[in-house]
Each structure stands twice: as structure tokens, then as C-alpha cells.
Design a protein around this ligand. Structure first.
Ligand SMILES: Nc1ncnc2c1ncn2[C@@H]1O[C@H](COP(=O)(O)OP(=O)(O)OP(=O)(O)O)[C@@H](O)[C@H]1O
Length: 301
């Protein structure tokens, strides 16, 4: 479990992370989502003791990361997959990580196998790796000590669709066995498929968090009928704040079942009824972060 309480980081007058509080639970994959510059990396660096918070606390398995004995046996961390030494082979890189964790060659072999690098690839210099291979190597490094918590900054970056599917399987299985996974991304659809819980951050602040399914439901329901005028009026009366979609029909803040029931009572033929789903969440995400996207602005000098 990772517990973040009122965590804040200021650089001079600029607040990179602004009083965030959330918990990433064991047995779940938590997606940490936000546009570029939202404060995800800064928050993650504070979680693993690389950046000192201005105020607030971050604990992993009930303790500050820095006070964990042999941290990599408890928490697997991948913050920047491009930071690995280009002159070392993948195997050498992992051997160093294993040694620091007090482990030997079998742990290296197991990690290489777990992330699907071939023996030949593991023997190549990291400088010649593709970004996707570096991500796999980074993940192998994070997993080497068989930790109960994983903290991964943009782990899907550079992976092709097959690679993303593979990683999704690996992380879901890891969580299903009781592990805690916190992973960041600026791409909603990437996280949406992996995570069960979401924490959305914009301009250093949490703008929404909770179970993904609940947030998706909050994205609303799409409904349409050949008698749109009457449908619109009925939805309005029901108080579900219908908004007309350019492609036809309405998005409403209600469950599909409630909307279907309304159709029945009002004797309206419903020809489309579905969750706004990922689209709804994407809209919500963009709306929530629209004022907060800070691409190229607000950085402390
Ligand atoms: N050492 C620092 N000094 C000053 N500003 C910093 C420092 N580190 C980060 N920042 C600023 O804090 C803000 C948040 O950065 P951070 O890297 O945490 O965002 P992010 O959400 O991880 O973004 P991305 O998706 O682009 O990686 C940015 O505006 C960044 O420029």
C-alpha cells in the first residue's frame, strides 16, 4: 500500500505538487494520470525519497521509503527507463541491481525471463536497446527483489500495442497476487485498460480519483430515440442534464438502466443506449485538466 497525505512540493514561488492525498491499495493497479507537467514525476520522486517534500508525507508499506531496509526487496521502482547506463549489457545492469538487493544470478535470470527479454537481447549493450526494450529492462530491475509494491513512471512509453498488452497482463497478475501497483501516464486509454483505480492530477492538484468503473459511470450514458425532441424533454424533466451530441442523441448523467426505465414509462422507442465509457472519461479528463494543462507555462526559472 502507498499512502500519500497532503503532499506538496514548491520550487520557489511555483507549486509543482499541491496538497495531494490518495492511497494506492494492495491488490489493485492504480493509474496516476495527468497531462505533461501535471506533477506526476515530482510526486513519484517524493514517494521514493529522491525529492524532499515541502510538506506532507508519503509512506510505502507504512513507512517512508528511505527508512525501508533494502528497499528494492519491498518496492520496485522505475522512474526513467532511459537513464540506464548505455555501455552495460542488460544482464550486467540487472546483476548490479540484484547485488544491491543482496541477490544473485538466479534472480537476474528470473527477471529477464519474466519481462520476456531473450538471452541474446540481455547480452546486448543497453545503448543499442529500443525504448520498448529499455522499458522491459527497467521493469525487470523493478521486479528483481520480488517486491510487494511497484512504482512505475510512464512504463508503457515506447511499447508497441503487443508490448502494452503484455505489460497489462503482467501488472494485473502482479496485483491479483496482492501486489500494489502505481503507474503514471499522460494517456488515458493506456491507463484505462490496466488500472482499476484512477488518480487524475492537473496543475499539481488531484482533480478526480476513485474506482475506474465509478469514474466511467460518471462519464454518463449515451441515449437516442427517433423522437429526439420528446426524449430531450423527458431527460430534462428527469434532471439528468442532457447534453445533445453533434452526432445525434444525448449524453446524460444517469445509469443506462434508469434511462431505459424512463423510455419505458414515457413509451419512447430507444434506439441507442450505452455507457459513454472511455469517451466519457476522456471528455471528463480533458475538461478537468483544460484549465490546468501547463505545457510550457508556469515553470520556475
Ligand atoms: N527541480 C525543479 N525545479 C523547478 N521546477 C521543477 C523541478 N522539477 C519539476 N519542476 C516543474 O514541476 C512541474 C511538474 O513536473 P513533473 O515532471 O512532475 O510533471 P509530470 O506530470 O511528470 O509531466 P510529464 O508527463 O511531462 O513527465 C513542471 O512544470 C516542471 O517543470
Amino acid at each position: 500500500m502507498i499512502q500519500i497525505e497532503n503532499l506538496t512540493k514548491r520550487y520557489g514561488a511555483f507549486t509543482a505538487v499541491d496538497d495531494i492525498t490518495f492511497t494506492a491499495r494492495a491488490g489493485r493497479v492504480t493509474g496516476f494520470l495527468g497531462p505533461n507537467g501535471a506533477g506526476k514525476s515530482t510526486a513519484m520522486r517524493m514517494m521514493v525519497g529522491l525529492t524532499t517534500p515541502t510538506s506532507g508525507t508519503a509512506t510505502v508499506l507504512g513507512r517512508p521509503y528511505r527508512s525501508l531496509p533494502t528497499p528494492s526487496r519491498h518496492v520496485g521502482v522505475m522512474l526513467d527507463a532511459t537513464a540506464q547506463h548505455p555501455g552495460r549489457t542488460g544482464r550486467e545492469t540487472l546483476f548490479l541491481a540484484a547485488t544491491m538487493a543482496g541477490l544473485g544470478r538466479p534472480a537476474v535470470d528470473a527477471a529477464i525471463e519474466r519481462v520476456g527479454l531473450t538471452t541474446k537481447e540481455a547480452g546486448r549493450r543497453v545503448g543499442n536497446y529500443s525504448l520498448g526494450m529499455r522499458q522491459r529492462l527497467g521493469l525487470a530491475g523493478a521486479l528483481i527483489g520480488d517486491p510487494r509494491v511497484l512504482i512505475l513512471d510512464e512504463p508503457a512509453n515506447g511499447l508497441d500495442p503487443a508490448g502494452i498488452r503484455w505489460m497489462r497482463g503482467l501488472l494485473r497478475e502482479y496485483a491479483a497476487q496482492g501486489g500494489t501497483v502505481l503507474l503514471s501516464s499522460h494517456l488515458l486509454h493506456e491507463v484505462e485498460q490496466i488500472a482499476q483505480d484512477l488518480v487524475m492530477i492537473g496543475r499539481g492538484r488531484i482533480v478526480a480519483h476513485g474506482a475506474k468503473d465509478e469514474l466511467l459511470r460518471a462519464g454518463g450514458t449515451i441515449v437516442d430515440s427517433p423522437d429526439r425532441a420528446r426524449l430531450g424533454a423527458a431527460l430534462e424533466v428527469a434532471g439528468w442534464g442532457p447534453s445533445a451530441r453533434p452526432e445525434g442523441g444525448f449524453v446524460v448523467a444517469a445509469d443506462a438502466q434508469d434511462v431505459a426505465r424512463l423510455g419505458l414509462t414515457e413509451q419512447l422507442l430507444i434506439t441507442e443506449l450505452r455507457s459513454a465509457g472511455g469517451g466519457g472519461l476522456e471528455d471528463m479528463f480533458l475538461q478537468l485538466t483544460a484549465d490546468d494543462a501547463r505545457e510550457g507555462v508556469g515553470n520556475a526559472a
